[in-house]
Design a binder for this molecule. Structure first.
Ligand SMILES: Cc1ncc(COP(=O)(O)O)c(C=O)c1O
Length: 413
């Protein structure tokens, strides 16, 4: 095998399945077997696979302009995309910086926040506050932002910048303790803190861990007392995953910076955006070159990716998609409430995401295997099984996933 696959122990993992085609919620392998993509291929394909309108938009754009350097040049697909997103984002988030993926959207946010203070003549603010269990991507800055205790990245901690982790609350009493500890830390250290970074409402890679908008609002209000910036990493939660266009639509407070990627282009092209306020932008606006944001990627705002994103965002606003999102959310709630097995520790849902913590990692692995044999793709996170389907999934297929899960609980593995 010449290809080295991501997040894979190559020695012990089964050989990768060769996928040759996608259509709506289905993926097809070489032998013609179909699979329901219950995880939207790492949470990106919100509208399903090979959506013709998105494919056509990319093809049309490819015949006109496939790419152009974005420093000193602009183009229609980028401008159109920004206009579309501006209709859905809070008015205060009005400055759009393009990059290529979720990790770079986070890197941009971190660097922007840090340089914001530098440009204002403040060079003491270099600590970031995060929420325990966070995942913000795999580049060094994004790993650092998640903190030294990250189960994915701790072996690289030598390279990390300093962070303070807010304890993830298990219940409302816990929330009070978490906020108290944050307050104590800030009393001593607030002049050293640059920004808070959080995945709002749902921590994806941590195992779809969910927390309340009220808790998030409390965190934000606590840090804002000290002029600390607020970054929402909506790379996973954006574009109706949590039921609303953005998770921030469920909170009282709006962040200073938001990171968007994954579903932005409907899973067709890699692209991301870091969107911020006029206030932050103005701190970079200067006759002095050194105050500019010296950051960019070769493929920044690639026109094909922008065309894919414009098509995706237009489809996303259709009433039938909104109805599907509503139905998926309802089905999650109903089916989770009906689950009853000694193998289930807890379950939860938020919008189109549902998660079930099982009694062991081995059981989660076993169920993933059985599901695959029965034509459903899932990818457990430790002992957590989760469903995060494309919005086009039929109710029949969603029920099929729950039926299979139910059918395989309560047996010895
Ligand atoms: C919340 C969050 N932020 C950032 C990332 C990194 O995105 P990417 O894999 O596109 O670099 C992810 C990826 O899963 C994520 O879930």
């Amino acid at each position: 095998m010449k290809i080295w696959h991501p997040f894979t122990q190559e020695k012990t993992a089964p050989l990768p399945l060769k996928i040759v085609r996608g259509d709506r919620e289905y993926l097809y392998d070489e032998a013609g077997n179909s699979y329901i993509d219950m995880i939207s291929s790492w949470w990106v394909n919100i509208l399903g696979h090979s959506k013709p309108e998105i494919a056509d938009a990319i093809a049309k754009q490819a015949h006109v302009l496939e790419h152009v350097i974005f420093a000193g040049y602009t183009h229609e697909p980028a401008e159109e995309l920004v206009d579309i997103l501006s209709q859905h984002l809070p008015k205060s988030l009005s400055k759009f910086f393009f990059s290529d993926n979720g990790s770079t959207a986070v890197e941009v946010a971190l660097k922007m926040a840090y340089q914001y203070f530098l440009n204002k003549g403040i060079n003491s603010r270099d600590i970031f506050v995060n929420l325990e269990g966070a995942y913000h991507g795999d580049t060094i800055g994004a790993m650092s932002a998640a903190g030294v205790n990250s189960e994915y990245h701790s072996k690289f901690k030598k390279f990390f910048f300093e962070t303070f982790s807010i304890k993830f609350p298990k219940n409302t009493e816990d929330e009070v303790t978490s906020i108290d500890k944050l307050q104590q830390f800030l009393k001593q250290n607030h002049q050293k803190v640059c920004a808070l970074i959080v995945e709002p409402l749902v921590q994806g890679a941590a195992g779809m861990k969910m927390y309340s908008p009220e808790f998030l609002d409390k965190i934000v209000e606590t840090v804002r007392r000290y002029d600390i910036l607020v970054i929402f990493d909506e790379v996973m939660t954006g574009f109706y995953r949590t039921g609303t266009m953005f998770a921030m639509n469920q909170t009282q407070n709006i962040p200073d910076i938001v990171c968007l990627s994954k579903a932005l282009t409907g899973g067709f092209m890699p692209m991301s955006l870091t969107v911020t306020t006029e206030d932050i932008y103005n701190a970079f606006w200067s006759d002095d070159w050194s105050k500019a944001f010296i950051h960019g990627h070769s493929y920044t705002a690639n026109p094909l990716a922008c065309a894919a994103a414009c098509a995706t965002q237009k489809i996303l606003q259709r009433s039938e998609i909104k109805q599907n999102i509503q139905q998926i959310s309802e089905t999650h709630k109903v089916r989770l409430a009906e689950l009853s097995s000694k193998d289930i520790l807890t379950h939860r849902s938020c919008g189109t995401i549902s998660a079930i913590d099982l009694s062991s990692v081995a059981l989660a692995k076993h169920i993933a295997k059985v599901m695959l044999q029965n034509g459903i793709i899932i990818r457990p996170l430790n002992n957590t099984i989760y469903f995060i389907p494309p919005y086009c999934i039929s109710q029949q297929n969603l029920h099929k996933a729950y039926d299979l899960l139910e059918g395989h609980l309560g047996h010895d593995v």
